[in-house]
Design a protein around this ligand. Sequence first.
Ligand SMILES: NC(=O)C1=CN([C@@H]2O[C@H](COP(=O)(O)OP(=O)(O)OC[C@H]3O[C@@H](n4cnc5c(N)ncnc54)[C@H](O)[C@@H]3O)[C@@H](O)[C@H]2O)[C@@H](O)CC1
Ligand SMILES: [K+]
Length: 483
Amino acid sequence: MEAVLSVQEMKDLEALTLKELKLSEIDLMKQAGLELTEDFLERARPEIHDTISIVSSVGHNGGDGLVMYLELIKHGFKPKMVIIGRLDQASQAYKYFFEMVNKETKIFFLTKETDMDVQKALVSSKYIVDAIIGIGLSRPLDGFYLDLVRYINGLEKIVYSVDIPTGIHPNNGLLFNEAIKANYTGIVGFYKYGNIINDALDYHGQIKVLDIGLVKKHDVMVKLIFDEDFSIEPKKRNHNSYKYNYGLGYFIGGSKTMPGAINLSVLAALRSGMGIAHVIQENPVARHLEVIYEDINDPIDITKVDSIVFGPGLNPKHEDYKKIYQKINDSQIKSVIDGGGLKFLNLDEVKNPNMILTPHEKEFSDLFSVGVDEVEHHPFKYIKEIVDKNITLILKGQTNVIANKKHIYLYQSKNPGLATAGSGDVLTGTIASYLVDNSPISAAIKGVLLHSKAAGLARDKYGQVSMIASDIIHEIANVLKRG
Ligand SMILES: NC(=O)C1=CN([C@@H]2O[C@H](COP(=O)(O)OP(=O)(O)OC[C@H]3O[C@@H](n4cnc5c(N)ncnc54)[C@H](O)[C@@H]3O)[C@@H](O)[C@H]2O)[C@@H](O)CC1
Ligand SMILES: [K+]
C-alpha cells in the first residue's frame, strides 16, 4: 500500500521536512538528484559510452536534472545539458547547482538561435532525461516547450522522466495538450495523483517511487493498493453446513433488451462462494439451473436477504423497481447499486449506510448532473462528496477508486481486456458474495481484487482482445482454487 498525495500535500510535506530535519532546499534537491541518478542507472541501464542528454527547465524539476548531471559525471558519463526557460526566475537552490554544472560543461540554452544545436544534441543521444517540468506544471505547454516535447517524442529515444512526464497534470493525470512519453519515471518521494489516474498510465512507462528522506505522513487518505495487500479468501466451508450459511443474495435487474447483465452478476456471485441466489426481474426467463427466478410484479420480501445487487440491465422506467429501491434505501441491507439502479439514487436522500455504488465515469458524473470532463478534472472533490454521505463507492475505470468516509484506495488492474461488455456486471456479483460476511468497504476491495485476478487469468487464456465477461466468471474458480 502506498500513499498518494495531492500537489499541495507534497508541497506541505517538503516544507515540513525542511523544518523538522533542518535541511535546506539544496540538501533536498541533492538528495532527490542522487536517488534519481541511482534509479536511472539501475533501471534504464545506460552503458558508460552511451550519449545522454538532460533537459531541464528552471523550476526544481529542472534542478533535479542539474544534480543528475553532476552525479552522472561522477559515474564517468559525459551527458549534455540543455536548459529551457529564464534563469532569472530560478530559485537559489537551482542557481547553486546551475553554477556547478556551468563550470563543467557548455550548457545548451534553448532559444531560436540555438534550436538547431539543441536538436543535434538530442538526435545524437541514446537517452534523454526529462527534467523539464514536474508537479509545478500549471498550464498547457506552448511555444518552445510544446515544440520541445513534441520533438523529443518524435525521436523515440529512451526517455527517463523526473517525477512525472512533462505535460501531465500533476493533480489529475490528464494531458493538458501534449506530454512526454517516458520509458521510465522516477517519482520523487511519494506518488502524486497525476502519477496514477486518467492518462498517467499511458505516459509514465515503468515507474518507481524514490525515497528521498521526506518525513513520513501518517494521515494520508488516498492510497494505492496492490493484490498482496488484502486476502481475498472466501468464507471456509464446514462439512456441517448448508447453502444459507454462505448467504442468500437477491439480484434485481435485467430487462427485455438486457437480460444478460443480471445473469452475469448472479453467476459471478455463485462462483465467488454465495450459497443461494434469486434473480428478480420483469418477465423472468430462467437461464441458469442454479438460480431461482422471480417476477418483479410478485411480492418481494427483502428482509431476510444477506446482500442485494440492484441495477444491472435494469429498466429504470419500471415503477416497481423504484419501490424496491426505496425499500433498500430505508433498510440497512448490504447492497450494490449499479447500472440502471443508479438512476433512482438521489445523493441527498441516501439513508442506508451499507450501500455500495459502482458507477463508471459517465454514471458517476450523472450522479452530480455534470459532464465527464468535470469529474475527470476534479475526481477527488466528487469522490469526497459521495463518501461524506456515508456511502461506499467504487468508481470503475483503468484506475478503480474504492472509497468510504475514511479511506480512498486506488487500484489498477492494468488489463485493458476489462473494457468488455458485462465485466462490470461480473464485478457486482463478486462484491455481493463478499458482502455476506464483510463490511461494505472490505467487500468492495475483495470484490475488485478477485475480479481483477480472474480477469488476469482470462487475459492469459484468451488475450486482451478476445476475453469476454463470462471468461472472467470461469476464472473466478481458478483464482479461488489456487488461493
Ligand atoms: N516535493 C518535494 O519534496 C521535492 C520536489 N523536487 C522536485 O521539484 C519539482 C517541483 O518543483 P517546482 O515546484 O519548482 O515546479 P516545476 O519545476 O515542476 O515547474 C515549475 C516551473 O515550470 C513553469 N511552468 C509551469 N507550467 C508551465 C508551462 N506549461 N510551460 C512552461 N513553463 C511552465 C513554472 O513557471 C516554473 O518555472 C518536483 O516535480 C520534483 O522534481 C525535488 O527537487 C526535491 C523535493
Ligand atoms: K518531468
